[in-house]
Structure formats: C-alpha cells, structure tokens
Ligand binder design. Structure first.
Ligand code: S3P
Length: 445
C-alpha cells in the first residue's frame, strides 16, 4: 500500500489535458470487439479498469493492440462470435467492466468465469444478473449476488422489456448489450436519465436504436437485435469525473487559475459543474465543440469562496461519481451542503457515504451521514485537516482527500493511493505540476 500525504499548497496554475473518459473507453473496447472490421480508438483511458476490459475481450477472441502513439486498434469478431476463454476473467476494481461484459455474454452460448478484487467482490451483481436471466442466461453468483460468478449465456436468447428499478447506466447498458445478440426488440424503460454513452456509441457503430418517452416521462430505449455492427473510429473525450478533482482543487486553493482541456461535457455527466457553479465557483466553458458525437469543452477554473447548497436527489445520476469531491468543496464552503438521494454511493468501489463521512470527520469537519443523504457543515475557509483517511480500495476517495489537503491547515494522508491507477494514473504528477504538494512520507514543516 502506498500512503500519500497532501499539504497546503500555494495557488495552482497551468493547463492540463485530462485522461480519457472511463465509461466511453470501456464501451469503445466492448463494441469494437462485437463489430466487424477495425475500430480505431484515440484517447483511450489507459487505467487499470479499462486495461482489464482490454485483456478480457482479447481472451474472448477479439484482437486488441496498442500502437506506439497510443492509438488502440480492435478487430472484432461480430455479434455472437466471442469464444469461450480458457481462464477466469479478472476485472480488478471495475464494476463497469464486469457488468457491461456480463450483458455482452448473456447472448453468447459460452461459459465464462468472472472475478475481481476485494472491493468488486463485495458489490451487488444481481442488479444485472436478474434482467440477464430474463434473456435466458444462467448466472451463478456467490451468496448475496457477489463475484466470483459463472455465466452461461443463452443459446436462444429471448428479447426483454426491462424497467430499471435503480437509476444505473451500468444496468441499462448490460440489458442493451444483451439485446445485441437477441432477435427482436429489446427495450429498457428508464424513469430517470443516466449517462447515455452506450446508446450514443451503439448508434455510432450502426445499431438501430430509438428513444421515445412514455406518459410518465420515462425514456423507452428500444434496440433492434442482431444488427451488423461495423468497426468505427472513436475519439474518447477527457473524463469529466476526473476533471472534477483538479477543478475542485483550484476552486478551494486561494489564488488559483487552471485550464482543463478537452473535457467531455455530455449533459448527463455535468451535474457536478452545475452544483459547483450554484455554490459560487468560477468555472467557464471555453471552445465548446462536438468531437465524435460527444460535446467537449475546455474549462477555466478560478479559486473563490463557496456557499453551501441543497443538491436535489434528481441530480444524483448526473454526478453520481462526483459526490466525494463535492463533499470536499462543501467542507470549505460557508454554511451547510445537503446531498439528497445518494444511497447508491453505498455500493460503489467503497461505501462512499461512510468513507467520506469518516474522512471529513477525521479532518475536523462536522458531517451528518443519513441512510441516503449527507450533510456537510462547511468551515468557511481552510479546514483543520490532519486526518489519516482509509481509501478502502476506492480511487475517488483517495483523490478527493488528496485534493482536500491543498486547502487544509495540516496535511491530509491517504493510507493507500494505489487505486488511483484504475482511473487516473497521472493524477499525482499532474496535480503537482499545477502546484499541489502531494508526496510519499511525512510533509516537511
Ligand atoms: C458507469 C455508471 C455509474 C458510475 C460508474 C460508471 C458507467 O454506475 O458510477 O462509475 O460507465 O456506466 P451505476 O450505473 O452503477 O450508477
């Protein structure tokens, strides 16, 4: 375990290019594996989570190669063409990789064993196993729907109409991906909008997908099964979830001004920037453009005082991964920030509600942790800090508290920074390049 500390920093300044979007990177590899012909991916996130997906599709028969210039090339096998791997697929820390691949496998008549690290093996898989069983897949999990599991995909999958019981893009995507190898129409009914990268990328690869809305406002996403997908060029935008870390660091470190280039601005991902703006943050979108079907912008972020706000439950799906770093911003804001409807945070890489509450408390911040809510009482200025934060195999907890250290009186230490490799391998170097003081060992006084 690599423990890192983060100490109070001077103003942050500079321009950085964010790593590729994790959600889009997984999807590009998976659809590339199912397409006929070559998929050329530029800007793929080379974090552990995505690399595990690359290994998995290779074991399933797709050819995956990286050029020296960082371009990835996938030669797919066509829908239904994946072959049974001769060893267990290990998804490490990645819920997205494991759950999306389960969807792909549900309509392939092969048997596959899937596992992950301690964090992933504690996360619920029934949310995808249940709808995939409706297609005819057989999935045997450990008790409580946990990994490791075995899936035997359906030989003759039957189409399904599935209403999402939880606002989850992973569940939606697993069902749609299962629909690819299923004759007829597969429909997902989505009451609350979640990230739509799967729908956008399916269209990009040539699938026939249409979206209408029911009288209750729910989206009905209908996919025509067994399309011929053809390999496509994919340009992966910078990950807005990763951008949130340097953005919050700049906002809470007095005198800072940074620019984050090429950040994905899909409206279903930008809830954190809206919330920060409501809190009074100075974030400006520059050079707004569309790249490969996804909106992208550069973000100029300046330091400034924040005030607490109420973050309504309906915004949660649009910023689900950003609550830990939002809580850090809330800790230095004036007044209280109330985050409602955030129970899903309990089943992420860690129980993020509890990890954030414990971490902030250890740094002298008053927090009220509810079953599906979090209230952070901001200290209106530099926080005491001084805590030792358990990251519990959660990259976003590690990065959030390293960001927090920049605005604390005493250094903040995270016990294990290793998980940062899953989504943002250059995080520490990029942050230090901006002027942060993140290092191993004890801070110099
Ligand atoms: C993701 C969906 C979200 C998010 C995760 C990535 C995706 O999970 O938290 O980091 O790529 O579809 P849920 O679908 O469980 O909300």
């Amino acid at each position: 375990m690599t423990s890192l500390y983060s100490a109070a920093a001077g103003p942050l300044a500079g321009t950085i290019l964010l790593p590729g979007d994790k959600s889009i990177s997984h999807r590009a590899l998976l659809l590339g594996a199912l397409a006929v012909g070559e998929t050329v991916i530029e800007g793929l996130l080379e974090g552990e989570d995505v690399l595990n997906t690359a290994v998995a599709i290779r074991k399933l028969g797709a050819s995956v190669a990286r050029d020296d210039d960082g371009i990835w090339r996938v030669h797919g096998v066509g829908i239904g063409g994946l072959r049974e791997p001769d060893s267990v697929l290990d998804f490490g820390n990645s819920g997205t990789g494991a759950r999306l691949l389960l969807g792909v496998l549900a309509g392939h008549p092969i048997t596959v064993f899937i596992t992950g690290d301690k964090s992933l093996c504690s996360r619920p898989m029934n949310r995808v196993a249940d709808p995939l069983a409706e297609f005819g897949a057989r999935i045997m999990t450990r008790r409580g729907g946990r990994l490791p599991l075995a899936i035997a995909g359906a030989t003759d999958p039957v189409p399904v109409t599935y209403r999402l019981p939880v606002a989850s893009a992973q569940v939606k995507s697993a069902v749609l991906l299962a629909g690819l190898s299923t004759p007829g129409h597969t429909t997902v009914i989505e009451p609350e909008p979640t990230r739509d990268h799967t729908e956008l990328m399916l269209q990009h690869f040539g699938a026939d997908i249409d979206i209408t809305h029911g009288s209750d406002g729910a989206a009905h996403i209908r996919l025509v099964g067994q399309p011929e997908l053809s390999g496509q060029p994919v340009t992966v935008p910078g990950d807005p979830s990763s951008a949130a870390f340097p953005a919050v660091a700049a906002i809470i470190t007095p005198g800072s001004e940074i620019t984050l280039t090429g950040v994905g601005m899909n409206p279903r991902r930008t809830g954190v920037f809206e919330t920060l703006a409501e809190m009074g943050a100075d974030i400006t979108r520059l050079s707004e453009r569309v790249e490969a079907g996804e909106p992208v912008a550069d973000l100029r972020v300046r330091a400034g005082g924040l005030r607490g706000v109420v973050v309504p439950a309906e915004r949660a799906p649009r910023m689900i991964d950003e609550y830990p770093v939002l809580a850090v911003a809330a800790a230095v804001a004036e007044g209280e920030t109330v985050m409602q409807g955030v129970g899903e945070l309990r089943v992420k890489e860690s129980d993020r509600l509890s990890a954030v509450a414990k971490g902030l408390t250890s740094c002298g911040i008053r927090v009220e942790e509810g079953e599906d809510s979090l209230v952070v009482h901001g200290c209106n200025g530099p926080a005491p800090g001084g805590g030792l934060v358990e990251t519990a195999l959660d990259h976003r907890i590690a990065m959030s508290f390293l960001v927090f250290g920049a605005a604390c009186e005493q250094q903040v230490t995270v016990d294990d920074a290793g998980p940062i490799e899953t989504s943002f391998p250059d995080f520490v170097d990029l942050m230090n390049g901006l002027g942060a003081r993140i290092a191993q060992g004890k801070a110099a006084v």
